[in-house]
Design a protein around this ligand. Structure first.
Ligand code: ATP
Ligand code: MG
Length: 221
């Protein structure tokens, strides 16, 4: 029997479409990204490849509570703009703003929960460099972090650390680049070269925003 017009529409309206989550395997790579550099990008790209992740989210912390009392941290909106510039057109990398939108101190446990809510059923991976891994015991609700995600640790050259024995993690090989945001900030401050340590797009955004003493803030037309 053929069906026409309204009858077909009525049938279609009874079909339930089960939405497929956009991402099934998600890497969460959190940081201050003040500024984001090639060490971050090379790490994110290689972990994504090694673990066959749909996406790695470079999650910009709103308030990196372990740093903010110790040094001046650039405005979250500026750091987010730099990360967006860094990942623009890079397949499988995105800038995350959940922690900025949530406000307050940035706890990875909360971020994983919001990712689990947003992408039900997805497998989550928390990616950290050696230095961050060494600090895991001091993280807020770290037991939730390890329960909700697979920890992934990458080499951080120049950092010699004892990793906490109580956690299980995967180690992923990535080219070891001894680059840090701290070194970059001091390079910007005293005018030493930053070429190839940050991407050109990030460098442009730093100059537009007048960050790190890189000159007058340029007003966009
Ligand atoms: P800062 O010097 O201000 O602490 P950073 O270079 O350490 O900056 P963060 O934003 O603190 O960058 O780091 C975010 C994450 O990226 C952490 O897990 C850190 O271990 C990792 N990471 C940073 N730089 C590298 C690098 N060169 N190689 C591998 N991992 C890195
Ligand atoms: Mg750091």
């Amino acid at each position: 029997m053929q069906k026409f017009g309204a009858e077909v529409e009525a049938d279609l309206s009874r079909l339930t479409v089960v939405p497929q989550p956009e991402y099934q395997r998600i890497g969460l790579f959190g940081g201050t990204f003040d500024p984001p550099h090639v060490g971050h990008l090379v790490t994110a790209i290689n972990v994504r490849h090694a673990l066959n992740l749909d996406v790695v989210i470079l999650m910009v912390s709103h308030d990196p509570w372990q740093k903010s009392g110790v040094r001046d941290v650039s405005l979250a909106a500026d750091r987010f703009a730099l990360v967006e510039a860094a990942v623009h057109n890079v397949e499988g990398l995105v800038a995350g703003r959940d922690e900025i939108d949530r406000g307050g101190p940035s706890f990875t446990a909360d971020t994983l929960q919001s990712l689990a809510d947003k992408y039900p059923g997805a497998k989550l991976f928390t990616i950290v460099g050696d230095d961050a891994a060494a600090g895991l015991p001091s993280w807020e609700r770290v037991d939730q972090v390890v329960a909700q995600s697979q920890l992934v640790v990458v080499d951080r050259p120049g950092v010699s650390v004892e990793l906490p024995k109580q956690f299980e993690w995967l180690r992923v090989e990535s080219p070891r680049l001894e680059v840090s945001s701290t070194d970059l900030r001091s390079r910007f401050a005293d005018g030493r070269p930053t070429d190839y340590l940050v991407t050109t797009a990030v460098l442009n955004e730093i100059q537009i925003r007048g960050m790190y003493g890189s000159g007058e803030r340029i007003t966009r037309s």
